[in-house]
Write a protein of this length. Sequence first.
Length: 105
Amino acid sequence: MTVTLHDFNGKHSLPFDAGGQAADAAVAATGHEPNGYFWEGLVQFAWPDIAERLDFDSEAGMFCAIGSLRHLTRLKAAVEPVITSPDAVREIIARAETSGFEFDD
């Protein structure tokens, strides 16, 4: 699935459907719910330098980051390969859990 940046009245967002990604089965197999809150946590863990510059408006069925076009473009490049790769998402979850990070899913 391709993640698309949106521009609404000069505000930029990066939304995608939660529960409809190729890596969802891998997320569920680790005991997590692949909802918007999970993906928000994954972004905050995996790319904290980008996440700290964004606002989030995720819901159960949707991930949504809001911010500058520059930072959202960086996030899109980082997250797109992960949501389509079960191996990549499993690796990030393992690193997060080893570090003590808790997902809010």
